[in-house]
Design a protein around this ligand. Sequence first.
Ligand SMILES: [Fe+2]
Ligand SMILES: [Fe+2]
Length: 196
Amino acid sequence: MVKILTNIESEQYMQTNNKTQATPFTLDISAVRANARKQVEEGAQTASYSGNVSEIIEQLNHSLATELVCVLRYKRHYFTASGIHAQSIANEFNIHAQEELAHADLIAERIVQLGGEPDFSPDTLTKRSHADYAPCLDLNDMIKENLVAERIAIDAYRALIRYIGDDDPTTKRMLENILAQEEEHADELADWIQSS
Ligand SMILES: [Fe+2]
Ligand SMILES: [Fe+2]
C-alpha cells in the first residue's frame, strides 16, 4: 500500500534521508600538502597520526621479544620431541616457529616505520617477553607450554589492539592478522592435548 505523506511528513523524510548528504566529506588539501612537507624524516607518521607512538613502539617491542622467544621454544621442541606421535607434531612445531618468525619480522618492520628501533638484544629477551622459553623434555609438556604461551600472546595482542583503537589503523590491522594466527595455533595445540 502506498502511503501519501503530508507536506510536513515529506519534509521530515527528506531531512532524515539527506543526513549523509548534509555532512559532506571535507579535506583541506592545501593543509595536507603543507603538513606533508614538514618533518619529512618521520616518514609514514604524518600530522594526522593520533597514537601515542612511544608507548606503541614500547609495547610492540614486548610483542617482538615474545615472538622471538616463541621461535626459540618451538625450534627447541621441534629438534628434541620424541615418542610415538612426535614426528608429525614436531613438524607442526617447526611450522609454528616459521610463522612466529614472520610475525616478528612484521612487528620489527612496523616499529621502524613508526620511527623506533626493534630490540633484538638476546641479553634481555626473556625478561621483555610476555611468555616463557620453557625448554621441556616430555612431548605433552611441550604441547602444554606452547599452548600457554599462545594464550598469553592472544590476551596481550587483544589488549594492545584495544589500546590502539582507531589511533593507528595500520598497526591495529597487522596485530589483528597476527592474533588470528595465534588463535589458530592455540586451537591446534588444544586439539593435540585432547587427542593425546
Ligand atoms: Fe606469533
Ligand atoms: Fe603462535
